[in-house]
Write a protein that binds this ligand. Structure first.
Ligand code: MN
Length: 205
């Protein structure tokens, strides 16, 4: 099990077939302002791949884009809404079909309001991840060891979480509504970029 670091694109052929876990690190939460710095990818076999984009990147990453756009690969995220927006805005691909562990958590863990990745990994898998590097400078010319470890840990547990949530969604009879939410997420992300980030267009007012 290792963390692999790449500049500007994923090498070809490094991923096993099937679902992949995806996360992104950016310069902040305002997607058009805050550039995409890192895309993390895991195929669930134990290795993580970090793809770092430099300050003047042209985001010309054919291997990564092909994997993200592959309709045969489910993309697993925690809070897909943000990552989908950053990926579509900077890489120009809709990284679907989607499974979002935060949505799955909200639809099944109705006994709590703690839906952070750290909480899920702790409660459902009994593992511990640090969130210390979350608000660090992802645009720095050199990423620290702590940043790399943190970035990798954000995709390390997502396949195992999906297995837990598949059971819970089935048990609670919510697999169908979960899938409908997952399918809507690329549109939700597009609304964020288009200016409806704060407004809920489904409300009456
Ligand atoms: Mn992250």
């Amino acid at each position: 099990m290792a963390v692999h670091f790449h500049e500007e694109d994923l090498p070809a052929g490094v991923l096993a077939p099937g679902a992949i876990a995806i996360d992104t690190e950016t310069m902040g939460l305002v997607t058009p302002r805050d550039r995409l710095c890192v895309v993390q990818v895991s195929d669930g076999q134990g290795d993580e791949h970090l793809v770092r984009f430099g300050v003047n990147s042209r985001y010309d990453a054919p291997n990564l884009k092909a994997v993200l756009a592959d309709p045969a690969r489910v993309k697993i995220y925690h809070f897909a809404r943000f990552d989908l927006a950053a990926i579509e805005y900077y890489l120009g691909v809709v990284a679907a079909p989607v499974f979002c562990t935060k949505i799955a958590s909200k639809l099944t863990r109705t006994y709590t309001d703690r839906h952070g990745l750290k909480n899920l990994v702790q409660e459902l898998l009994g593992e511990d991840i640090s969130k210390q590097q979350q608000s660090s400078d992802w645009g720095a010319p050199e990423l620290s060891e702590a940043q790399r470890d943190y970035a990798a840990s954000d995709v390390r547990f997502l396949h195992r979480l999906v297995a837990v949530f598949e059971e819970r969604l089935a048990r609670e009879g919510r697999r169908g509504i979960a899938q409908a939410c997952f399918d809507f997420l690329p549109t939700r992300a597009r609304l964020d970029i288009a200016g409806w980030a704060e407004q809920d267009i489904f409300t009456h007012d």
